[in-house]
Design a protein. Sequence first.
Length: 132
Amino acid sequence: FQRWCARRGITPRGGALEPGESLDDAATRMLSGALPPTVVHCMNESFSAAILRAAERAGLDVPGQLRVTTVGDPGGLAAQHGVDYFATDPFRNGSLAVKAMAELVSGETPADLLLELPSVAVSASPSSYRLA
């Protein structure tokens, strides 16, 4: 990701919850900067839902003005609002986690795990991306 950004001259910004901050407050904070992002990746559907609410309050069109990506179930409610999903296979991921746990319990060092996520369908856009 960092290399992808560097090749395109993009400086990504990160965001995290402040102590005691709600998801909605964090989403509003992330979208209310002087130069709001054009792309936000959320680690789960709870945060992507908060980003969608904050975008609506800010008058931002999703996905026209703001692309939102998340990891989760592409059949969920947020998918109907322009969210792009990295779909996970919970059975495969669970199987890999159990295998790694068994290796740890038996004193072995588990091999690095690579969880494969299908590509996200993001349409081409002539505008530049500003990442949150």
